[in-house]
Design a protein around this ligand. Sequence first.
Ligand code: DAH
Length: 349
Amino acid sequence: MKEKLEQIKTLAISEICTAENTKQIEELRVKFLGKKGELTNILKQMGSLTAEERPIIGQVANAVRSDIENALSEKKSLLEENEKNAQIEKEYIDITMSGKKPNIGHLHPLTIVSDEIKEIFLGMGFSVSQGSEVEFDEYNFTKLNLPENHPARDTQDTFYITEKILLRTQTSSVQVHVMEEEVAKAKAENRELSPIRIISPGRVYRSDAVDATHSPLFHQIEGLVVDKGVTMADLKGTLETLMQKLYGADCKIRLRPHHFPFTEPSAEVDVMCFKCKGTGCSMCKQEGYIELLGAGMVHPKVLQGCGIDPEIYSGFAFGLGLERIVMRRYGITDMRLLYENDVRFLKQF
Ligand code: DAH
């Protein structure tokens, strides 16, 4: 009987070893340990043993049972592990698979050039002032030496919101705010005025009909410097530096006398044609130079109106049209393209 038990054990263990899945393990458990299993069948015959034999065989039978149980459970957990891994393998989702590439936009040409100009001025010690697009007419006109009923107001067809509030027609309005704020700060701190060196880029509005060179909304960059002893030479040097950084070291500028109510003297600033370098071509209409901005020495009345003594301080100011610079830079001939948001156009910059 003992031999029979050992045989069952050997057989069971060898079958357990070759089992391929947990289902087979269960079948083997029933086959060897179940109610009608082989081990039970043997144990049923224990009654025929002698009293001395019984405990010895009993012990062997228990040892065989527990060996088979251990073998079953070991193999079962091994197979379970394998089955789990196989399932994971089967259900694996490759999240690294390439997806849809999102379209990443890029800066608008107006922003590219505006940023470039800002960088150039930051390099010359200027800071950037933010103005507001909705403005009092006092700041857009009156304090810039354009009193009510001044004929020059008519040159800037204006969108009025109320009688006294409008969409600014020029960034020059920021000049007045900056000067007033600096004067107030100096007063509050009981000190003399600190030098002012700012630029202010932003949108301006005029009731213009849309065509290739006009739009009711466009962009300007205003500049203002106020200090003791500021001269027209500083203005020219600053603008020449700007143009040389934008268009190359051989770029020259030319100042032509002009009139702006808020500057005296005033000038229109032309830049040497980048195409013909001053000799005259179709781009500059044979002029050799292209008009780019307005500038001048801040009018004493404007300084005074902001609480700055024109006998002690002087300053220069300028206002340039961003669209004009962008169009020259990229050879764009129709301004409307800058606002139409046609991706085929914008992609080129
Ligand atoms: N604001 C003027 C315009 O829109 C441009 C301008 C001219 C600005 C002379 C200035 C300046 O600061 O000094 O036409």
